[in-house]
Design a protein around this ligand. Structure first.
Ligand SMILES: Cc1cc2nc3c(=O)[nH]c(=O)nc-3n(C[C@H](O)[C@H](O)[C@H](O)COP(=O)(O)OP(=O)(O)OC[C@H]3O[C@@H](n4cnc5c(N)ncnc54)[C@H](O)[C@@H]3O)c2cc1C
Length: 431
């Protein structure tokens, strides 16, 4: 991934493999001259393009995607919609900031939900509640702190013990859990594909069109793909961590690879192992821990492992995901993960994304820290507003915070390895 203009994956996205094939939009060719180019057709890019149309219905807009819609990270994720975040601590300023942040998250979530309804996007959208679960005493302590923060911001939570967790999700692996009623799940590849179909005709979409070069020429921007040269008044970079390739945000954003697998379909007798809830997702107590969720009627997903900048070998990923799934569901140890894949995401040191104007006419958002479906939607819309108004919205910037600087390599790589080794040890059985 290091120094690549766009992510290249060795394994196809499992969510996309569960859907019928689709025909990609044709790549960009020749010379184009437009007002706006949005680079990246993930949730951030889709939101930016949609908002540009709303604000300027006559604008010429091109959306360029390096790969195909359904194969990027916006489809490779676990499908948890994070509408409500919790404050970092229970102080009054942190609670106030969280309230404003969740106001923006809710707006973006409502936008997504409205599009799903209006365009009848069959993306298995479920209001499933959210379970955070811990396998260790340390993990349980972390969850108790999160529970306090959730309650301090007005959420009703329910404490779950081992037997209640077993009843709900069919595993005795976890010893302590916290349930809130604010969780939502989707089939992410179906959602991002639906978002593409829902875009106004005004947006000219080109897939298999990675931007390889980006330069300023006078007041305009010039972008090159292998088969097109595009001139634009304004460019919105919605590429997440790939923006680093173009020389931006290298001191703020780190590329992280993380991995997921979906089981083969289970027989009705085996489905009883999933517990009594029809739709559920479990987040770990520790941020380097493992996510598990139910997928449709008869499959499970497990997401785990993190790697800094470079991807892990397929066999390591395969073995680790199987082992983490079977530890939780030993009675399903004969069940294989039918699809295993990786995806990149971008982390920042302080957990806040970068969003803003990099240079006149050039905007970027990166670093949604693993919750980019909703946050990317919020920040994509905001970039379009910024591009049109040129007025930063201090409320948004205050709510989401801004990514701070990280040390350059080799200190950054070393720092990440030390922190992740320490955190992985701390995560222990949570992973
Ligand atoms: C395994 C996994 C699980 C996750 N689970 C969740 C979850 O449950 N919930 C959640 O909210 N988030 C989750 N995330 C994070 C989430 O996927 C990202 O935050 C989200 O995809 C960010 O959206 P985005 O549009 O900003 O970036 P992306 O989805 O990465 O979209 C950027 C797009 O830009 C394209 N691109 C990059 N470079 C170029 C270029 N040079 N030219 C043209 N196009 C380019 C890419 O191909 C890509 O499609 C997970 C991530 C992974 C990998």
């Amino acid at each position: 991934m290091k120094n690549q203009a766009f992510p290249i994956y060795s394994q196809p996205c499992g969510w996309n493999a569960l859907l019928p094939n689709r025909e990609a939009r044709p790549p960009a060719t020749g010379q184009l001259d437009v007002q706006y180019v949005v680079v990246g057709a993930g949730f951030t890019g889709m939101a930016a393009a949609r908002r540009l149309c709303q604000l300027n219905p006559n604008a010429s807009i091109v959306l360029l995607e390096a790969s195909t819609v359904g194969e990027g990270s916006s489809a490779r994720n676990s499908g948890f919609l994070t509408r409500e975040e919790y404050p970092s601590n229970s102080s009054a300023p942190a609670i106030e900031q969280n309230k404003v942040l969740n106001g923006f998250n809710r707006e973006a979530f409502d936008d997504l939900k409205q599009i799903i309804e209006d365009h009848q996007i069959a993306c298995d959208f479920h209001t499933s509640g959210r379970i955070r679960a811990a396998a260790t005493a340390d993990g349980a302590n972390t969850l108790r702190t999160i529970q306090q923060a959730l309650e301090a911001t007005g959420h009703t939570t329910q404490t779950l013990d081992e037997s209640k967790l077993h009843h709900l999700i069919g595993t005795s692996y976890y010893k302590f859990g916290v349930h809130t009623d604010t969780g939502h799940l989707v089939q992410p590849a179906a959602l991002i594909r639906g978002m593409l179909s829902a875009l106004p005709q005004q947006v000219e979409v080109h897939e298999n069109s990675p931007v390889l070069d980006l330069n300023q020429h006078g007041k305009k921007w010039q972008l090159k793909t292998s088969s097109a040269q595009i001139t634009a008044d304004q460019v919105i970079m919605a590429t997440n961590a790939s923006v680093k390739y173009f020389g931006y945000l290298q001191d703020k954003v780190v590329t992280i690879h993380t991995y997921a697998g979906i089981t083969e379909p289970l027989k009705p007798s085996e489905i009883a192992s999933f517990g009594s809830l029809e739709s559920w997702g479990v987040l770990p107590a520790h941020r380097l821990g493992t996510t598990v969720r139910r997928v449709g009627a008869d499959r499970l997903l497990v997401r785990s492992l993190y790697a800094y900048e470079n991807s892990l070998s397929e066999s390591v990923v395969h073995d680790a995901l199987h082992s983490r799934f079977h530890k939780r569901y030993p009675e399903l140890s004969h069940i294989r993960l039918e699809h295993v894949w990786g995806g990149v995401t971008a982390l920042t040191l302080n957990g806040s994304p970068y969003v803003g104007c990099l240079e006149p006419g050039l905007y970027a958002s990166a670093g949604c820290n693993g919750s980019g479906i909703v946050k990317g939607t919020a920040l994509g819309s905001y970039m379009a507003e910024l591009a049109l108004s040129n007025k930063p919205n201090s409320q948004i910037l205050k709510a989401y915070g801004t990514a701070n600087k990280i040390l350059p390599d080799p200190f950054r790589a070393l720092g990440f390895k030390v922190v992740s080794a320490w955190e992985s040890r701390k995560a222990g059985l949570e992973s």
